[in-house]
Design a protein around this ligand. Structure first.
Ligand SMILES: Cc1cc2nc3c(=O)[nH]c(=O)nc-3n(C[C@H](O)[C@H](O)[C@H](O)COP(=O)(O)OP(=O)(O)OC[C@H]3O[C@@H](n4cnc5c(N)ncnc54)[C@H](O)[C@@H]3O)c2cc1C
Length: 404
């Protein structure tokens, strides 16, 4: 079997791995990136909508106005930004426009308190019970939860929701402020270009199975002798790699628990809906839909989110049509496409969502380097965790931390 030597081996070619490669190159290290998939980008996954020329983001897509590092790398690699279509109408399933209820007023106030440092204990369900949210308010909150806490509301911390409401004035719709731009060729392409520009060698179809005393081994038997390793694997994928000597007890426990991010993101091609319409609410299925733009063939591309709670079957036309009809009774579903991030062995989940009782698992302290192995991913990023921006910040920090 082949054996290669280098200064640094980076595990994973997502945006954390790409940023780490960039910094290692700046530091003059010879670097190899090992990626299990046959593409770079990880949860930044840009591909054509099945059977069409429309290039879409099947993983992450939006970047916030304050996400400076991803904007920096987009500029450096010649990637332009597409502003999100302005919202022309907001449909709420319970009817009419969103009326502020006592519960929504409380959420608004609590989100602002959260922003100023107050902590809120418990899961989303416990929080909604505490503020005595009515069923209509719960449905509305769960719609926005599909793009924030995105896990089991009985388990995942309410803080995931409140912190996202705090992007603006504390109302759930404030989350729209973070969805300012997308990258025109796509986030996957950004990762590819960052790695290519760094000069690092990217090895695709290289699933890492073991890291032992300066040797990294892949599933196909290839080995890499290196002076340092930067793991840029998702928290939920770390369990499939063995480390020798074994990692510290808190890291092993955090890996065992993992995070609970489990949303379902779908792209729909629909006739009879104008771009710009936002729809949210409802008792299950696709609870949050945004008519993002026109497709090449003139129909509307809608991005939709559901919780993986069994209320939507993403492979079943009837299940999707029922969600759509709730908001758009006249609309015609032409086609849909999606990627299963929960079943995907190299992500095992969507973006990070912390269980209320285990918020420690993403503390920076836990993820300090061990010997010559550093750790980076958006899942436990020092800032902007859960976002592309967090992945880049984490990858940059790990690239600087590593000592040869
Ligand atoms: C549906 C969805 C929607 C999202 N929406 C947004 C959004 O709008 N905006 C935003 O900023 N973020 C969004 N995110 C989150 C964002 O995509 C992630 O936070 C970010 O891409 C994670 O980057 P990363 O480098 O930490 O991990 P990843 O991108 O997951 O990269 C890790 C890499 O490691 C590889 N890997 C795993 N195991 C192995 C192994 N054993 N050997 C070798 N390689 C391995 C994986 O294949 C992957 O390429 C979304 C995510 C999803 C899933």
């Amino acid at each position: 079997m082949t054996e290669s030597r280098c200064d640094v081996v980076i595990l994973g070619a997502g945006l954390a791995g790409a940023a780490a490669a960039w910094i290692c190159a700046e530091r003059g290290f010879s670097t190899i990136v090992l990626e299990a998939r046959s593409r770079a980008g990880g949860r930044g996954f840009t591909r054509h909508f099945s059977g069409s020329q429309d290039l879409l983001e099947f993983g992450g897509g939006w970047i916030a106005p304050w996400h400076d590092r991803i904007r920096h790398y987009a500029k450096r690699t010649g990637i332009t930004l597409r502003p999100t279509h302005p919202i022309t109408e907001h449909l709420v399933y319970s009817g009419g426009h969103v009326a502020m209820s006592p519960a929504l007023e409380t959420i608004k106030a609590d989100a602002l308190l959260h922003k100023s440092g107050k902590s809120f204990s418990g899961s989303l369900t416990q929080y909604l019970d505490r503020i005595e949210a009515a069923p209509k308010d719960r449905d509305y909150v769960l719609a926005w939860w599909t793009i924030s806490g995105n896990g089991d509301p009985d388990v995942i911390s309410a803080s995931e929701f409140l912190s996202s409401c705090a992007y603006g004035d504390g109302r759930p719709e404030s989350m729209m402020m973070a969805l300012a731009h997308t990258l025109v060729p796509g986030a996957g392409i950004l990762a590819e270009r960052m790695i290519a520009s760094s000069g690092a060698t990217l090895n695709l179809d290289a699933e890492v199975t073991a890291v032992a005393d300066g040797t990294v081994t892949c599933a196909d038997g290839r080995t890499f002798i290196t002076r340092a390793v930067i793991s840029c694997l998702p928290l939920n994928a770390l369990a499939s790699v063995s480390f020798t000597p074994e990692l510290s007890a808190p890291k092993r426990r955090a890996i065992q628990l993992g995070h609970g991010g489990q949303s379902i993101k779908l792209w729909l091609k629909v006739k009879g809906v104008r771009p710009g319409i936002l729809a949210s609410g409802g008792p299950g299925g696709l609870r949050w839909l945004f008519a993002e733009r026109e497709a090449e063939d003139g129909v509307t591309l809608i991005v939709g989110f559901a919780l993986a709670d069994g209320t939507l079957d993403p492979d079943d036309r009837g299940s999707i049509e029922r969600s759509l009809a709730r908001f758009f009774p006249e609309a015609e579903l032409i086609a849909w496409d999606w990627h299963d991030w929960i079943g995907d062995p190299f992500s095992r989940g969507t973006w990070v969502a912390l269980p209320a009782k285990e918020s420690w698992i993403c503390n920076a302290e836990i993820w300090r380097p061990e010997g010559r192995i550093a750790f980076a991913t958006s899942d436990f990023a020092p800032a902007a965790a859960g976002w592309f921006e967090g992945a880049i910040l984490a990858g940059e920090a790990a690239g600087r931390e590593i000592i040869l």
